[in-house]
Design a protein around this ligand. Structure first.
Ligand code: ZN
Length: 400
């Protein structure tokens, strides 16, 4: 495991304090985390309201989080990102600790690179960038339309244009693919991210291969997805990482897509919970169930539309409903953007505006090929300071 420290050069009062940059361990729950660090579970978990308690169940394995310690190595503050927009902030306050959810300050940069293929797109992208995420995204985007094994030749070119977020000077979250181009046997193949946040090929046909079904029939949506919203009355930040379908207790819940059940059990926040892993890094989550259908358990494969359980009110829930979550590469995304029955073909005005966007992107792609744009690893020099009362001048990072 890579573990490194960021040393802040701080004002005198915090001289000697240091920030540890850590990775969330596989399977560790927020409660276990608190206990392991001797942080008070009453103040930081049991006394929280339901929404904040549920938020703590969203901590993801492998996420980078930070602990700031004082000169005596006592914990001053902890920052745990929950998604791209919101993070849990634990901080010392009057001899105890407090919990809050605060916005993440991140910076988004558009980046691009072109490479010539020697072995395979996956291998060569990882070699050029060091990023498995970029390689996965590229390969997945053409999975349903191209056959790299059959048609690729050594020396063929690919171009990737994407947005990358940076938090605390480090690449953060999944890159967002904007254009992927691969030239095979003299023919260029493209995938574009359109303004409607869906992917299309050069003809304006949607290419996203993953189609989700609605998990409950005829149900009213009682709460929509949000990565971060400010609650004006409670005066605090919230996130709702899914969609709530209000339905009668006992209403059947269907698998939104085919896949393997990777969790079927009880959690405090989400009650009776099922998680299903699908292809291409997608995962769906079904919370607050009354019960599971018999035979539904971890390790089982289910088909799209198959009944897996029944709507209930278990866990931290205020009425019978299904909380339905969709995750891509571990990151919560809005299920309503993906729930649909067929891929879309752009027509009329929509197609016109897509073609405009495509023309601009095509020019970009050509210039990256002409300039042989190489992947550039960004320097990590921090300018954002998350912790109160710290006056960051500069950050020195050392591998340790
Ligand atoms: Zn919900």
């Amino acid at each position: 495991m890579i573990r490194f420290f960021i040393l802040f050069l701080l004002s005198l009062s915090l001289y000697g304090a240091q920030v540890e940059n850590l990775r969330w361990a596989n399977g560790e729950t927020f409660l276990v985390f608190l206990e392991r660090l001797n942080l008070p579970t009453k103040e930081l978990y049991y006394n929280l309201d339901k929404d904040d308690q549920k938020l703590t169940e969203e901590v993801r394995t492998g996420v980078n989080y930070q602990i700031l310690r004082d000169e005596n190595a006592l914990i001053e503050q902890v920052l745990i990102p929950m998604n791209d927009d919101l993070q849990i902030h634990i901080y010392k306050n009057n001899g105890s600790y407090d919990f809050e959810a605060i916005p993440i300050i991140s910076e988004t940069k558009e980046e691009a690179f072109t490479i010539q293929i020697n072995h395979s797109p996956y291998y060569d992208i990882v070699k050029a960038t060091g990023s498995k995420k970029l390689a996965q995204i590229f390969v997945a985007s053409f999975r349903n339309s191209l056959n790299f094994k059959r048609d690729l030749r050594k020396g063929d070119t690919l171009v990737v244009i994407y947005d990358q977020k940076y938090r605390l000077g480090e690449p953060f979250s999944m890159p967002t693919l904007k254009v992927a181009m691969i030239e095979m046997r003299g023919k260029k193949h493209f995938i574009y991210l359109n303004d409607d946040e869906r992917y299309y090929n050069e003809k304006g046909h949607e290419v996203e291969g993953f189609l989700l079904a609605r998990p409950v029939k005829n149900a009213r949506i009682s709460s929509y997805f949000s990565n971060r919203r400010f609650h004006p009355i409670l005066k605090k930040y919230r996130a709702h990482l899914g969609v709530d379908y209000a339905a009668r207790r006992g209403t059947p819940i269907m698998a939104a897509g085919s896949g393997k059940i990777i969790f079927a059990g009880y959690t405090r926040g989400y009650g009776n919970l099922i998680k299903i892993r699908h292809s291409d890094g997608y995962m769906t989550l079904y919370a607050h169930q009354k019960s599971f259908r018999s035979g539904i358990k971890k390790g089982r494969y289910v088909k799209k539309g198959q009944v897996i359980g029944y709507v209930g009110n278990t866990g931290l829930s205020t009425g019978p409903h299904l909380h339905f979550g969709l995750y891509k590469q571990g990151r919560a995304i809005n299920p309503l953007r993906v729930v649909q029955v067929a891929t879309k073909k752009l027509k009329g005005k929509e197609k016109e505006s897509f073609l405009k966007l495509k023309t601009d992107y095509d020019k970009n792609v050509e210039s990256h090929i002409a300039n042989k744009t190489a992947f550039v690893k960004k320097k990590s020099r921090e300018t954002v300071c998350y912790f109160n009362n710290c006056k960051t001048k500069e950050v020195i990072k050392t591998d340790g």
